[in-house]
Design a protein around this ligand. Structure first.
Ligand SMILES: [Zn+2]
Length: 442
């Protein structure tokens, strides 16, 4: 029978990595030879605007065909157990495919809002065949959310994660930067966020103590396998695995927020009119007010988003926009603020400039008087309002804007992916989707 296994929170702020545990789990499942993988392991990123999340707020799910449910579940638990760090609240769950639909609404909400542990427990009791928790077990929420978001319909991407040998964990990661730039040249449009074009910064290598060496993000497993030949690692790769994921899909921003009842830590979008021009504050952070259904929403665009802020500085009162992001909770000095991750300019306000009228008596052009839109004749002093106007060209264009790749979060959709969104998954897997140095070549 077809089953789904969810794993979450095996990583903590102390190090460790849920995806590494996932590679260990795959190894354990392969070893017992009683199950076959029906999908790539999935990395599901959950609502990134929850402050108490671990670094990437990722959970992992497996889809398998097996008759030995308990053996497979135990294999995954063994992998989790062997890779536990202290302070983790891990969870593993197993759910039969025929219960999956009942989990979808919960999984959807886990993308954009705060889901409750009590709800996760109730659902798990009703739908899961097996469940195991460590610590406080708060990983149960992510484990269920990953299983319930199967990415069979709608958009998704892939990531190939390569891992380091244990003896190199914690050491600086070396990689040939030119080979990373070459990735983009040779596989244009098929990969994303390898480096930041504004700064040249390499983005495929993380910086923490976790075992990930590098991660290549792309549109297909074939492109990722090709990238593996182009990239020049400068330390031995211990293993790699291809994951299917909601990264780069903006899946967390699909819900329209209620402007009259913004909830802290919720993600989504609002559509409204620019109410007042952007103000840049100390530290380079930018604020702009958008009026949505006669409610003003304060939006923040932070300094690390770099050139993204320049777009907001060119918006004027009356521009119709859609802004998407996460709601920061209110504090003593400020109300709830929407931290902007995305901007869509729907309609730029036409700004008209009056053409200086000609004085009927003297036949010369009048000059601006400044107040009330009146013009005055230099010679005879008569006053008049402009009758003709000319449209002022705007420096902006209507369209979608996002921060530069270095300021992207895992779920941020790169602009070039607009129009490339996938509609469904065909269920086909490449022959090679993992490699372990100690298992030899496939
Ligand atoms: Zn005159």
């Amino acid at each position: 029978m077809l089953v789904h296994i969810g794993v979450d929170d095996t990583d903590s702020k102390m190090g460790g990595c849920t995806t590494y545990t996932a590679t260990e789990a795959v190894k354990q499942i392969l070893a017992i030879e009683v199950a076959s993988f029906k999908d790539y392991p999935k990395i599901i990123r959950l609502n990134p605007n929850i402050p108490w999340k671990t670094r990437g707020n990722a959970a992992v799910a497996f889809t398998l065909e097996t008759e030995r449910l308990e053996a497979v579940f135990d294999a995954v638990c063994r992998a989790v157990e062997a890779n536990l760090t202290t302070h983790v609240d891990a969870a593993v769950t197993l759910l039969p495919d025929h219960n999956l639909d009942q989990l979808r609404p919960f999984a959807q909400r886990a993308l954009y809002t705060v889901v409750k542990m009590s709800e996760a427990r109730t659902l798990c009791k009703k739908l899961c065949t097996y469940m195991k928790l460590w610590g406080k077990g708060s990983g149960l929420k992510g484990a269920l959310a990953a299983v319930g978001n199967d990415l069979n319909k709608g958009d998704y991407t892939y990531e190939l994660l390569a891992y380091r040998r244990r003896e190199n964990w914690g050491k600086p990661r070396l990689i040939d930067p030119q080979s990373v730039y070459n990735l983009d040249k040779q596989l244009t449009g098929l990969l994303f966020n390898n480096y930041d074009p504004e700064t040249g910064r390499i983005l495929i290598t993380p910086h923490g103590p976790d075992p990930v060496y590098f991660g290549i993000r792309g549109e297909s497993p074939e492109a990722l396998l090709e990238a593996l030949h182009i990239i020049k690692p400068q330390e031995p790769v211990d293993r790699w695995m291809i994951f299917r994921t909601n990264q780069g899909t903006a899946q967390h921003l699909q819900t329209e927020l209620n402007p009259k009842a913004l909830k802290s830590y919720e993600s989504g979008y609002v559509r409204g009119v620019v109410a007042s021009r952007a103000v840049v504050c100390r530290g380079g952070h930018l604020y702009i007010n958008i009026e949505v259904q006669s409610t003003q929403i304060k939006c923040a665009v932070y300094e690390p988003t770099g050139s993204f802020r320049r777009i907001f500085q060119q918006l004027v009162e009356g521009d119709i926009v859609e802004v998407a992001g996460g709601v920061r909770r209110a504090a003593a000095k400020h109300p709830k603020v929407l931290n902007v991750e995305y901007l869509k300019i729907i309609q730029l306000k036409k700004t008209l400039q009056p053409i200086k009228p000609i004085c009927e008596r003297c036949g010369i052009r009048m000059k601006s008087k400044g107040r009330g839109g009146f013009f005055k004749c230099r010679r005879c002093g008569s006053k008049k309002k402009a009758a003709e106007f000319v449209e002022v060209a705007r420096s902006l264009k209507e369209g979608v804007y996002a921060p530069p790749p270095r300021a992207h979060r895992h779920l941020t959709k790169p602009l070039h992916r607009l129009g490339l969104e996938k509609k469904s998954w065909d269920g086909k897997m490449t022959l090679r989707w993992y490699w372990f140095s100690d298992l030899g070549d496939l």
